[in-house]
Design a protein around this ligand. Structure first.
Ligand code: BG6
Length: 480
């Protein structure tokens, strides 16, 4: 057997992409609520367009999402049927502290997640909790400017203390910030940043990132103090960068692009800013607001494991190579790799790139890894009963799990688990669409929010069940 016996197979979701119930249970408004479907989504999530309230010109998919707020029992039961060992979900901060800066938490919000965790344990499912998956109470954005403001560290500290105390014994695995490097690419989603005219955007992003790094280290400290059994991980949008060609300038470009994504994880794992990053700041004339004691905090409270999402590799190209075609891929673009096929959204499909990414991360950090997102966003066509034959998804996942197996079995990567992204169809973070589906479970809802919300297992449901039951040995396509 290549995967450890206690390998944590499962699936992943994020509160804002599945819960809905945006104004129920005392929940406050958050950045993720006001991010609409359509062409304004991108300028809003990147902080270029200020949009802090609902209007009647847009449709806001997170308001209802797939209504997991009311249906989590049914959904977790289906996860249990697939044999999940873990379920990765996130906490909506504004359910616990509706404004973010209150003295006392909201009991209804705390109870909601407690019910979810209890439901998971009923099926032997270990919760894996992302403390913040792109969400930030709107009040903290309007009043304090989001993570640019050091005060957010204190509010986050309060949040995590409440969570670790309340859920002691119920939750053991924690991730501090989803895809922390997304601050650099989608700063409104990653850190509640909206840029003012003429503002030094790099400086704002690195400052916000510093605050999240301090908050993450403090969360690690508090988690360990409250329960030494707690395991805390960082989480990055992972993907190896390839040089477009062996032209040395392309190779250099790829190295620099990769470092930009690594620098935050370098801090979370090694406990200090890497020299290449410090030099880069010097060149840009940016001074981080590092307070007395910050360096010690970062050094003393490094993470227990490294988690990441993987969808595709990226290709870097130097300015000397013109006429290169570009393609999409998890918010940030990539040059098109002529050797790879792409998904319907232009994300390049590269199972060997997954093995390469696993090896790069393990070589660099020598810490246990956890794959917490991977999957194929595709258009599904259900039959009249809502059943989807999604062989394309099975093919994608089987090839990626096989590559992950090679990384473990042949290369010796230490891997704790694998949670596929969007194990039940949910709202896309990048586009706001429902049509971009990742799930083993079909949800009857379209981009405009119409549909019965009925859940129907797809063909991949039984396939994944068989993968888990065989601990990743049987990746065969099941019969119809
Ligand atoms: C990751 C995020 O970036 O990719 C998820 O952590 C997101 O929230 C996932 O949904 C897939 O991206 P998209 O844009 O297809 O939803």
């Amino acid at each position: 057997m290549s995967f450890r016996e206690d390998f944590l197979w499962g699936g992943a979701t994020a509160a804002n992409q599945c819960e809905g119930g945006y104004n129920e249970g005392g929940r406050g408004l958050a950045n993720v609520d006001v991010v609409p479907l359509g062409k304004d989504r991108f300028p809003i999530i990147t902080g270029q367009m200020k949009h802090l309230d609902f209007d009647d010109k847009h449709f806001y998919p997170a308001k209802e999402a797939i209504d997991m707020y009311h249906r989590f029992k049914e959904d977790i039961k289906l996860f249990g049927e697939m044999g999940f060992k873990t379920y990765r979900l996130s906490i909506a901060w504004s359910r616990i502290f509706p404004k973010g800066d209150e003295a006392e938490p909201n009991e209804e919000g705390l109870q909601f997640y407690e019910d979810i965790f209890n439901e998971c344990h009923k099926y032997g499912i270990e919760p894996l909790v992302t403390i913040t998956h792109f969400d930030c109470p709107m009040h903290l954005i309007k009043e304090y400017g989001g993570w640019k403001n050091r005060k957010l560290v204190g509010f986050y500290e309060k949040l995590v203390r409440v969570l670790f105390t309340r859920y002691k014994g119920l939750v053991r695995y924690w991730l501090t910030f989803n895809e922390i490097n997304m601050i650099l690419h989608a700063p409104f989603m990653g850190a509640g940043l909206v840029f003012e005219e003429g503002e030094d955007q790099d400086s704002a992003k690195y400052t916000a990132a510093h605050h999240e790094l301090i908050a993450s280290a403090l969360a690690t400290k508090i988690a360990h103090e409250i329960d030494p059994e707690n395991m805390v991980g960082c989480m990055m949008a992972g993907a190896a960068y390839y040089p477009y060609s062996c032209r040395p300038t392309d190779v250099w470009e790829a190295l620099e692009a990769q470092r930009e994504e690594y620098y935050l994880i370098d801090v979370q794992v090694r406990g200090e800013y890497p020299n290449y990053f410090k030099k880069q700041l010097e060149r840009k004339g940016i001074k981080l607001p590092i307070l007395t004691g910050d360096e010690e905090i970062l050094k003393a409270h490094t993470v227990d494991f490294v988690s990441f999402s993987y969808y595709s590799t990226r290709v870097s190209v130097s300015a000397e190579n013109d006429e290169v075609e570009f393609t999409g891929g998890n918010i940030f673009d990539s040059a098109k790799n002529p050797y790879l096929e792409s998904s319907e959204w232009g994300w390049q499909i590269d199972p060997l790139g997954f093995r390469i990414t696993l090896n790069n991360l393990y070589d660099r950090y020598q810490k246990p890894l956890f794959v917490v997102e991977n999957g194929l966003g595709a258009v599904d066509t259900p039959d009249e009963n809502g059943y989807v034959v999604d062989d394309y998804r099975i093919d994608y996942m089987a090839s990626h799990i096989a590559a992950m197996k090679d990384a473990v079995e042949i290369d010796g990567v230490d891997l704790l688990g694998y949670t596929s992204w969007g194990c039940i169809d949910l709202v896309s973070a990048g586009t706001g669409e429902m049509k971009k589906r990742y799930g083993f479970i079909y949800v009857d809802r379209n981009n405009e929010g119409n549909g019965t919300l009925k859940r129907t297992p797809k063909k991949s449901f039984n396939w994944y069940k068989q993968v888990i039951a065989s601990n990743g040995e049987n990746l065969e396509m099941p019969a119809e």
